[in-house]
Design a protein around this ligand. Structure first.
Ligand SMILES: [Zn+2]
Length: 264
């Protein structure tokens, strides 16, 4: 506290929100992972939830961290990830959306988000959401300035059962206005005989429910796609490695296709 009028959310024992891997990576693919981590600032305690709630899918995208790190290595691609739980603030929601700081996620009430003052919400935005998205902006600025081809890939994972309904897809592509990359990817993913592939499933991107693709992809004119992998497939290290290797192979095929079309 400074003079009683400015309070801070992140203290000296909290990690910074932004985590980067392979910042010198030479790939045109820029990997973004909004729901990488499930940290909670010490000042917020456990948000009133027990540990079992804080480790399940409502808190983060289970398994995607391991996939993202290995994919970053294999593609030689820069990865920018966000370490705090989306229950603290969801970095893939517009800050003014009700789901930005959820009071209920699936069927779980989040006591620490009940009756939040607007100043408290603003603090979460200022210390977690803003620095993360500023960093992504700065990296994109730098790459465009250096005339480096840049393809934005937003990596996510989804729960195999949501509100009692089992989801059949192994992987899905997510997109909104720009279909250039998703259509190529869908073709390559569907050529993998063992996969059930979702086309804008289990989610589609929209300006109301998403932030990273509309703001950093579409508004910046970058070719982009979201990828969603089902969490039971990447729950352990072996699954994360297999999926990272598969995606590295497929993105390795996509890159020359994008070049041949003059898109990068
Ligand atoms: Zn996600």
């Amino acid at each position: 506290m400074n003079n009683g009028d400015i309070s801070l959310l992140l203290g000296p024992s909290d990690v910074p929100p932004v985590l980067e891997y392979n910042a010198a990576g030479r790939s045109p693919f820029l990997l973004i992972c909004d729901h990488y981590g499930r940290q909670i600032p010490k000042a917020l305690g456990d948000l009133g939830l027990n540990q079992s709630e804080l480790t399940r899918h409502i808190a983060w995208d289970i398994g995607i961290a391991g996939v993202a790190e290995t994919l970053s290595q294999q593609l030689d691609a820069h990865l920018i990830a966000q370490r705090y739980s989306r229950l603290v603030i969801d970095c893939n929601r517009p800050p003014h959306a009700a789901s930005s700081i959820p009071r209920i996620s699936e069927a779980t009430t989040i006591p620490g988000n009940e009756g939040l003052l607007s100043e408290e919400a603003a603090l979460r935005r200022r210390e977690i959401f803003d620095p993360y998205h500023r960093r992504i902006d700065a990296i994109i600025d730098q790459r465009l300035n250096d005339q480096r081809p840049t393809v934005l890939i937003a990596l996510h994972s989804f729960t195999p059962v949501y509100a009692g309904i089992a989801r059949p897809w192994h992987i899905g592509t997510l997109y909104h206005r720009d279909t250039r990359l998703p259509l190529l990817l869908l073709k390559l993913l569907r050529a993998e005989a063992d996969l059930v592939v979702g086309d804008n499933e289990p989610y589609a991107v929209s300006d109301e429910t998403d932030y990273t693709i509309p703001v950093h992809g579409e508004a910046r004119g970058l070719i982009n796609t979201g990828i969603e992998i089902r969490q039971d497939l990447i729950a352990d290290h072996a699954g994360q490695q297999q999926w990272a290797e598969r995606l590295a192979r497929i993105f390795g095929e996509v890159e020359p296709m994008l070049r041949a079309k003059g898109l990068i």
